[in-house]
Design a protein around this ligand. Structure first.
Ligand code: AMP
Length: 212
């Protein structure tokens, strides 16, 4: 059983790396941001509660976030383990998490803010199937159209200059200290996230002992 947390500022490739690890090692990928986005799209009560907060780049309240994480992990469909992406993001969430679950490692994707801005503002998402694109690294064959399902590509509602500035501030003020807390417990593997997805994936595997 392998239990990991992946951390990094928005646009550092958390979702991509979590998916690569999940596929290769049969882990369940749990993205709190994806769960919230699904709820917004489906117009659920939870979606209505988080939509405006997310669009502004602020963090959703701890009670809602912790309930979502607990509910998801209580499904116990993670026979080989899980990788949690985008959680914990502040000290209170880290305490809640460490009280409830043991973790085997924290993966930290390190990227300077200047590169984050360049990437996040170029990020697009298929409005139909949810596939990720990036106008710098992975452009669609036809502008604004998904290669796989033909859906329309859109920017995330929170990928704007204003929301990004708020998210970067939230990250440095609230999430960075969580990383320091994990570091004191020697859980953290830090990798340079400015390289290609395949290179970053390789750099993560070795220090975690994932050699197969
Ligand atoms: P992400 O996709 O991880 O960038 O998350 C998108 C947005 O969802 C964030 O900007 C927050 O508004 C909200 N969110 C996701 N995870 C958390 C969390 N652990 N704590 C608070 N808010 C979160």
């Amino acid at each position: 059983m392998r239990k990991y947390v992946i951390m990094g500022v928005q646009g550092s490739g958390k979702g991509t790396q979590a998916r690569l690890l999940a596929e290769r090692y049969d882990l369940v990928h749990i993205s709190v941001g994806d769960i919230f986005r699904w709820n917004v799209k489906q117009h659920t009560k939870l979606g209505a509660q988080v939509r405006r907060i997310m669009a502004s780049g602020e963090l959703v309240g701890d009670d809602l976030v912790e309930a979502v994480v607990r509910k998801r992990l209580d499904e116990h469909d993670w026979n080989y383990g899980f990788i949690v992406d985008g959680f914990p993001r502040n000290g209170a969430q880290a305490e809640f998490f460490l009280e409830s679950y043991d973790i085997d490692g924290v993966i930290h994707l390190d990227m300077p803010d200047t590169e984050v801005r360049r990437r996040v503002l170029a990020r697009r998402l298929c409005s139909r199937c949810g596939l990720d694109y990036n106008l710098i690294a992975s452009r669609p064959a036809v502008e604004d159209v998904c290669d796989v399902c033909g859906g329309r590509l859109v920017a995330r509602e929170d990928d704007t200059e204003e929301a990004l500035a708020v998210r970067l501030r939230e990250y440095h003020e609230k999430t960075r200290p969580v990383l320091d807390l994990f570091r004191r417990k020697e859980y953290v593997v830090s990798v340079d996230a400015t390289r290609t997805p395949a290179e970053v994936h390789e750099a993560i595997r070795e220090p975690l002992g994932l050699t197969d």
